[in-house]
Design a protein around this ligand. Structure first.
Ligand SMILES: Nc1ncnc2c1ncn2[C@@H]1O[C@H](COP(=O)(O)OP(=O)(O)OP(=O)(O)O)[C@@H](O)[C@H]1O
Ligand SMILES: [Mg+2]
Length: 144
């Protein structure tokens, strides 16, 4: 009796594992859109925007943000003045792209936003579930 129960538990665990593998594989195949968030130095915005535009990125959102990284905002200068405060002004660029555009966009941001000094920023990439163009109701990649 006990061995039967153990067998059932092991069997159902195996099925669950298989379902999980199929689920993640399908998700990887079907997820065709990504969102790139890049936090950069404000004076680099124009170069980054221009290069992304030349690479065919159709739209982007820019927000003035404040933040800090490993140095907690210290020993970093902004327009010549040293900030003794925790938060430093940064610009956040958000771009929704198809998955095949991600590597190119990252290359462009690296090439155009890098000064080589601390505080150059970060790039975060996440899966994007859906996009909708409000005017037409188009979905997914067609809406980008
Ligand atoms: N882990 C994080 N999560 C969210 N935002 C972050 C994170 N790290 C950095 N940022 C954002 O990126 C900005 C720039 O970070 P920064 O380039 O200073 O990172 P760092 O890890 O300290 O690298 P570096 O040593 O090159 O300065 C921060 O002001 C903040 O807005
Ligand atoms: Mg830093």
């Amino acid at each position: 009796m006990l061995s039967m129960v153990i067998c059932v538990i092991i069997y159902s665990f195996r099925i669950k594992m298989r379902i999980r593998v199929i689920y993640y594989t399908l998700q990887a195949i079907t997820n065709t859109m990504k969102k790139i968030e890049a936090i950069i130095k404000p004076h680099k915005l124009e170069d980054v925007r221009e290069a992304l535009n030349e690479a065919g990125v159709s739209g982007l959102t820019v927000t003035e943000v404040k933040g800090y990284g490993r140095q907690k905002g210290h020993s970093e200068t902004y327009r010549g003045a040293e900030y003794k405060i925790d938060f430093l002004p940064k610009v956040k660029i958000e771009i929704a792209v198809t998955a095949d555009q991600v590597d190119r966009c990252i290359e462009i941001i690296l090439a155009t936003a890098k000064t080589g000094k601390i505080g150059d920023g970060k790039i975060f990439v996440t899966n994007l579930e859906n996009a909708v163009r409000i005017r037409t109701g188009e979905n997914d990649a067609e809406a980008l």
